[in-house]
Ligand binder design. Sequence first.
Ligand code: SF4
Length: 685
Amino acid sequence: SRALPEAAVTTRTTCGYCAVGCSLDVVAEDGRVLAVLPGRDGPVNRGAACVKGRFAHGYLRADDRLTEPLLRRDGRLEPVSWAQAIDHVARGLNAAIAAGGPDSIAAISSARATNEENYLIQKFMRTVIGTNNIDNCSRLCHAPSAAGLTASFGLAGGTDSFDDIERADCLLVVGANPVEAHPVVGARLLQRALNGATLVVADPRAVGLAGYADIHLRPRPGTNVALCHGIAHVLLDEGLVDEEFLRERAAGLAELTETVKRYPPPVAAEVTGVPEADLVAAARSYGRARCPAIFYGLGVTEHLHGTDGVRSLANLAILRGAVGTSRGLGVFPLRGQNNVQGASDMGALPDSLPGYRKVAEPEARALAESVWGVPVPDRAGLRIPQMFDAARAGRLRALWIIGEDVCSTDPDSNRVAAALDACPLVIAQELFPSATTGHADVVLPAASWLEKDGTFVNFDRRFQRVRAAARPPGRARTDFEIVHALAAALGADLGCPTPAAALDECARTSPHFTGLSHERLDREGALPWPCPPPGGDARGKLYTDRFATPDGRAHLAAAPYLPPGEQPDDEYPLLLITGRRLEHYNSGSMTRRTDDLRLAPTDHLDVHPDDAARHRLADGRPVTVESRRGRARLTVRIGTQTEPGQLFCAIHFPDSNVNALTSDHADTATSCPEYKVTAVRISPG
Ligand code: SF4
């Protein structure tokens, strides 16, 4: 190991990649990061970290980092001062309001930003602009979790604390690849399985955990609801349910029983493609466990019926009385981005104020108005896909995009680009030039997670501190500073001059956050929401007395299985699944600019040997993938990780153009895109 200079300073912060929320010790000298070490006493990671958290910081000083504001003039982005950029944006927003009213402006906030920044951005949109047109990228991943878990249990988060994982004796992991996407959680799940817990993996692909699973179910993509109903059928049929819990604490049993009658194991097996015996064995493992736990990922949510998928998983925990009791660890959504939970918790949503209090409810608005001192609009705003629709229809006059390369990451990317081109003012706040900045009128250089202060919320609802270890380069600023500057240019004062003051204020807008503060987090390390009083139980297990639904009961959901929006056919006979790989993160803007992660410099298309033979594809050779919407080019990797008829590629390489393929089919409840099911055809070259 290299000796570190004496002047080096170590700063404890929270990883800004995935939502596991590992504590990291960042060693820096003169504002430049030298090394990142896992925090030995990190509440979640306990001394572990993955390749991204440890090594993916080289991007901070990448040559193409945005370091000064840019303004488009005669079709070219040119450097300008901050004063000129902010003045241009302020005049553009005023003009939009004058021409189309506040609802002609929208903002996409960011899971990459801190809670305090998300809080400030949604406050800006609601109180300075006067619109609820604010959303965040959870729309593209875990919006069905928020909707589904709220409907089933009352709150929009996981039900238990990962600290209790050693108690679990059956792990049901559905539609998730934690070994690559949430490596520290993946390692602890694996450890738990090696120490005796039964591991059931339900995923179409042979993901990392599947090799260690007692049972690996490979349902056809888009059939999770049928799979869960089949398992529920076995639980009910074989009496593997907690009758007292169902009687005392649940609702909806009669309706669910009627629904699952239609999914006996042979039928569920037929719909899902899972062997009947495996389905029954999985149901018995979950049904007979002393303390079962469910983990799920985007393989559940990113579907036409993603919210139904979440709820049908929640059904299993309710049937077993394994939620809100010591007899189970409920349901954990494995959230992808560092602060995707927090962005929504803070109210960066078109229908919700901080703490998921609905804008349509007068009491919720009254509480926010009492803190903010101005009226809050009562009509729900636009979701991200609706923002693009409004732009294409000429109804959106300004779109502010913070930390998202929507032209690469949103589905049907050609249509997204057309939406931005149709919008008179597009403001992109970013670290690097991207496909999206290529369509922006103003580009504002932002700070990364290693250069700012605040907090993130991880996948099991823990607030943890984020602390600046490095200085933003050039004239880049934090999102917090940019929002304040923009408010001032519009003649408004948002209050809360510091991130600590913003969290203090946020804590007054929702009972969930009462008691949270930077000062307390600095002292206690991590705190869940709802926040316990000082000295209270900080493990974050929910619903031990009652569920947070209006009647205090857990609600079983009886929605039937419905097929995905797109099915393979003669013209597009294969099914493409997209997802994550270990070495990279989302659009790859940070990890692809880090030398240490050049291990995986390009993407490939995973193809089963049968399909490779049928379509004359050779390993390592180029392949063209086409859907009804667009075309992508990748390199073939032949293997059995995917089933015949299914393909897989990652989301980290915008140059591959993968989201030109994906469709605008979306979860009927939340508009979350159906990224996991795209009908395609392939050809060599
Ligand atoms: Fe960061 Fe997630 Fe890796 Fe932990 S597991 S170091 S939070 S990317």
